[in-house]
Design a protein. Structure first.
Length: 100
């Protein structure tokens, strides 16, 4: 268990889980992915401060899904190529049919 104070995040990010019972250390990947997907700038700062960039980047690189805008955002701020992200390579191998 971390001795650092928990990050102050917006409750709306975790609308579908019990926010008060959120396990910040045990479910770090879930928290990081959710913050980058649904959080604002301050939420992202809090997340990076709490976990550190190394852990944040590791979780995002291994994520099964990130929205395309989020993927481009994290690729740019952490200077990682899109191809390094698992969700990008999964998306490339599972292309949807074009809607006609």
């Amino acid at each position: 268990m971390s001795s650092k104070p928990i990050p102050i995040l917006a409750r709306r990010i975790f609308w579908d889980v019990d926010f008060d019972k959120l396990d910040y250390d045990g479910k770090a990947s879930f928290v990081i992915e959710r913050v980058f997907e649904r959080g604002d700038v301050e939420d992202i700062r809090q997340c990076r401060r709490y976990y550190g960039d190394e852990k944040v980047v590791d979780a995002l690189l291994k994520a099964k899904f990130l929205p395309l805008a989020t993927l481009h955002f994290v690729s740019a701020i952490f200077d990682k190529p899109l191809e390094a992200f698992r969700c990008f390579t999964l998306r490339q191998s599972n292309q949807a049919h074009l809607p006609y």
